[in-house]
Design a protein around this ligand. Structure first.
Ligand SMILES: [Zn+2]
Length: 329
């Protein structure tokens, strides 16, 4: 039986690319030949010729000058002058950052794919959120079909295990998000998830596994009042009409974290959920939760079968936007 600490160590070693990690500390490594061997100047002793070797595949390093070496954990112990347990903590942290890194990389790749998808751009235009100002600012993207995302991330240095662990590959080995318009969800400037809006009724909308209980667009709102919408599309279509304080919970069933995020940041929240039973019931319970935390909450009752986006896309759109803003006062 392996102890918890040994399991942690194994997991961490699997997750961290030794070459990438060492380079991230500012130490230059150059490939030797075509293999997985890298070489650079030893960070632990002064030398004129590089004798510090790293093998990416084996995850091992060795300096022929001072004759020390080991794995990523022993590297951190020596580099930071810490004990084994502390080195594990440092590496667990780096691993989490890298996890953010893969979503960041995927979001950037999808964003770069958007101009080449006519159907995605048409979809965004139909929703009133297709201007390049919006797609750039919110890094909206499009995930192409097949295995393009997987291949791209693989060539960027992410392992297949990492790509699978992030939920970017489905059970058939294809890109999980294919054919979807993508909206990265960030918290504290880190992409923590991505919303994929399917362009076809055959496929469902989806998120990546893991946390997604953020408030979309909260980082861009300046004042003390917010308009809370059910979907990202709703919030963005308000932003497109100049209503910059629109945010979205992406659900009518807010988590405690989302309620807290809202009430810590805003004194008053106008809830504009969909005009259906789920939206109305959700809005009432959100109002109670927000008021319970000391915030002022108002509900906007939308006509049956409508949502903020469909109302705004109507010729009455600007009127509806004005009405929502009036609710804020
Ligand atoms: Zn050395």
């Amino acid at each position: 039986m392996l102890s918890d600490m040994q399991l942690d160590a194994q997991e961490i070693k699997k997750r961290i690319d030794l070459v990438e990690y060492i380079c991230s500390l500012g130490i230059d490594l150059k490939p030797v030949g075509a293999g997985e061997e890298y070489r650079g100047f030893c960070p632990f002793h002064e030398e004129a010729e590089p004798s510090f070797h790293v093998n990416r595949k084996k995850g091992l390093w060795h300096c022929f000058g001072c004759d020390v070496g080991g794995d990523v954990i022993s590297f951190v112990m020596k580099w930071s002058g810490v004990e084994f347990q502390k080195a594990l903590l440092i590496l667990a942290d780096a691993g989490i950052k890298k996890q953010g890194g893969i979503l960041e990389a995927a979001a950037n790749y999808w964003h770069a794919c958007l101009p080449s998808s006519t159907s995605a751009r048409r979809y965004l235009e139909r929703r009133g959120i297709g201007t390049s100002k919006l797609t750039e600012r919110y890094r909206i993207g499009f995930a192409p079909g097949g295995t393009k995302t997987r291949d791209k991330l693989f060539s960027s240095g992410f392992t297949l295990d990492e790509i699978k662990a992030a939920g970017l590959v489905n059970r058939r080995g294809l890109d999980a998000f294919f054919g979807r318009v993508t909206f990265p969800l960030a918290e504290d400037e880190e992409v923590i998830n991505v919303y994929g809006r399917s362009l076809s009724n055959r496929y469902r909308h989806m998120y990546l596994p893991g946390r997604r209980d953020v408030i979309f667009n909260i980082e861009n709102v300046a004042g003390e009042v917010a308009i809370l919408t059910e979907s990202i599309i709703d919030a963005l279509s308000l932003v497109a009409l100049g209503v910059g304080n629109a945010v979205s919970s992406m659900t009518v069933n807010l988590t405690a974290h989302q309620v807290e995020t809202l009430t810590k940041r805003f004194a008053r929240i106008v809830v504009a959920f969909d005009g259906d039973a789920a939206g109305r019931e959700g809005a009432r319970s959100v109002r109670a939760l927000l008021q319970g935390k000391g915030a002022e909450a108002r509900l906007v009752d939308l006509p049956d079968g409508t949502d903020v986006n469909s109302l705004l896309m109507d010729k009455e759109g600007p009127l509806v936007a004005r009405k929502l803003i009036e609710e804020e006062r």
